[in-house]
Design a protein around this ligand. Structure first.
Ligand SMILES: NC(=O)c1ccc[n+]([C@@H]2O[C@H](COP(=O)([O-])OP(=O)(O)OC[C@H]3O[C@@H](n4cnc5c(N)ncnc54)[C@H](O)[C@@H]3O)[C@@H](O)[C@H]2O)c1
Length: 276
């Protein structure tokens, strides 16, 4: 099913308190959607909810950690007490850790797997059964990354979690097809959001690299509003994969046509990002 018109549709977005999630929430509001938003950051979530309401959207917002199964159960109960089901589920919440594999700490693995992978699983588990039961289709967007189809050095563990989300989205798309529920892996390239500031940078010269990577993302990253457009376009066209931005497209086609060229580009970009 292609969801071309969001007017009156219920769109759920996790991690809606900042960056790509916020931009997608506000674009959906402009297109007439009813919004269900969550984030673990209450202040950011409230800001997005207020901005969406100012655009005329009905909004239900709840502070939730997507990694916490019990909190996600409560959230799903609250959502289903208000709405039959959601029409579009956007599993966007995510975090990053910026370093190579050997500098990655056990707690980095645990937290990224819990948020980036299990958070997406929790969203699918709690909202898909009702979408299926209603029998009128719908759409799921799982926010992976360009680092989810081309390994990204210096973002090793992040890249592993985003490959998982990419694979999960492919298999879910096949499984949901009989239910007329589309599934998209959204794959942005570098995007100018606070994600670099909030995730730890580890390894040699970590402080200097943190500044460099931040300035690289600020200078070259796409605007989150542009990524939001690619997300809603992918919903409207029922795309399996939605790269966003020049880098993501370059890496996507290179990864399909010539993986060695893709790996060369990925290494060059990592070097450039670490140098600023
Ligand atoms: N910014 C980029 O360059 C980029 C590129 C590719 C993919 N992505 C992905 O896009 C998604 C959004 O990232 P962003 O760049 O907008 O970052 P961001 O930091 O601006 O926004 C992420 C939001 O998710 C929320 N969040 C984090 N952990 C959470 C949790 N456990 N439960 C609930 N909410 C949680 C944060 O509070 C924040 O509001 C992430 O999945 C990220 O991996 C980002």
């Amino acid at each position: 099913m292609k969801l071309k018109n969001l007017n009156g549709k219920v769109v759920l977005i996790t991690g809606a308190g900042s960056g790509i999630g916020r931009a997608t929430a506000l674009l959906s509001a402009q297109r007439g959607a009813i919004l269900v938003l969550c984030d673990r950051d209450e202040a950011g979530l409230n800001e997005t909810a207020a901005a969406a309401r100012a655009l005329g959207s009905e909004v239900f917002a709840q502070t939730v950690d997507v990694a916490d199964p019990a909190a996600m159960d409560e959230f799903a109960d609250a959502v289903h007490a208000r709405f039959d089901t959601v029409d579009v589920l956007i599993n966007n919440a995510g975090i990053g850790v910026w370093c190579g594999l050997l500098d990655t700490r056990p707690e980095d693995w645990d937290r990224q797997l819990a948020v980036n992978v299990k958070g997406v699983v929790h969203g699918c588990e709690r909202f898909l059964p009702r979408m299926i039961e209603r029998g009128r289709g719908g759409h799921v967007v799982n926010v992976s990354s360009a680092a989810g189809y081309m390994a990204a050095p210096s973002m090793s563990s992040y890249s592993v979690t985003k490959f998982a989300v990419f694979g999960l989205s492919q298999v879910l798309r096949m499984e949901m097809r009989p239910h007329k529920i589309g599934v998209t892996a959204s794959c942005p390239g570098p995007t100018n959001t606070p994600i670099i500031r909030t995730g730890p940078v580890r390894g040699a010269n970590a402080e200097e690299r943190a500044d460099n990577v931040l300035s690289f993302f600020q200078r070259t990253g796409a605007r989150p509003e542009k990524v939001a457009k690619t997300i809603l376009r992918a919903v409207a066209r029922n795309r399996a994969v939605a790269p966003a931005g020049f880098e993501a497209h370059a890496l996507y086609y290179a990864s399909r046509i010539s993986p060695p060229v893709g790996r060369w580009i990925a290494v060059r970009w990592a070097v450039m990002a670490n140098k600023g």
